[in-house]
Design a protein around this ligand. Structure first.
Ligand SMILES: O=P(O)(O)OC[C@H]1O[C@H](OP(=O)(O)OP(=O)(O)O)[C@H](O)[C@@H]1O
Ligand SMILES: O=c1cc[nH]c(=O)[nH]1
Ligand SMILES: [Mg+2]
Length: 209
């Protein structure tokens, strides 16, 4: 069964408060999402494998450690997932980036896929699907299905905020996928928005309405 990790580092929680605040404008919202994505990348890479490397310090030869070169792929769900890419690349600069374009139909709440472009070697990569919001779970669920259909073997999901409903959908349909969250909120409202949430992540990132 997939595990759910709420990354409760104080810096993440502090920044999330201002991300949620409706008085935070587009520029600051975008900067905060970028910073939180970087902090979450720090937590999510905690178990990356290391390999020994012999080096010389100015004083003595010693055996130290370097990353073992695990191949990582970031897969933002368009649009709002784009806001988290640069922050993650600051810590994982060698990652390749695939894109899945999906929007949620406002009436049916069903995801509609309109674009997909992935690194050619996704089956060898550890993929991290990124989206600020996991609401009904339909979008992330669909994105993960698309990746698996194309050969992905190893997938994790990282979101700023999730509703319990969305988490349950991913746990049920993709028990192999671990979920990393900045916060697990209370519920969805009748329009499928996360309560308390942050509103519409894409609109707040890009200044649209
Ligand atoms: O879990 P769900 O119920 O599927 O909802 C979550 C999705 O909704 C938002 O995208 P949106 O459809 O607003 O597209 P956008 O990023 O282009 O604004 C969000 O970024 C997720 O992708
Ligand atoms: O609360 C929500 C739910 C879906 N998409 C968003 O951007 N926000
Ligand atoms: Mg949106």
């Amino acid at each position: 069964m997939g595990q759910v990790f709420v990354l409760d580092h104080p810096l993440i929680q502090h920044k999330l408060t201002y991300i949620r605040d409706k008085h935070t404008g587009t520029k600051e919202f975008r900067e905060l999402v970028d910073e939180v994505a970087m902090l979450m990348a720090f937590e999510i890479t905690r178990n990356l494998p290391l390999q020994p490397k012999t080096i010389e310090t100015p004083v003595v030869e010693t055996e130290s450690s370097v990353l073992a070169g695990k191949k990582i792929g970031l897969v933002p769900i368009l649009r709002a997932g784009l806001g988290m890419v640069d922050g993650m690349l600051k810590l994982i600069p060698a990652a390749k980036v695939g894109h899945v374009g999906l929007y949620r139909d406002p009436k049916t709440l069903q995801p509609v896929e309109y674009y997909i472009k992935l690194p050619s070697d996704i089956e060898e990569r550890e993929l991290i699907v990124i989206d600020p919001m996991l609401a009904t779970g339909g979008s992330a669920n669909d994105a993960i299905h698309s990746l698996k259909k194309r050969g992905a073997q190893n997938i994790r999901l990282m979101c700023l905020i999730a509703a319990p409903e969305g988490v349950e959908v991913i746990k049920k349909d993709h028990p192999d996928v671990d979920i990393y969250l900045g916060a697990l909120d209370e519920k969805l409202d009748e329009k499928g928005y996360i309560i308390p949430g942050l509103g519409d992540a894409g609109d707040r990132l890009f200044g649209t309405k």
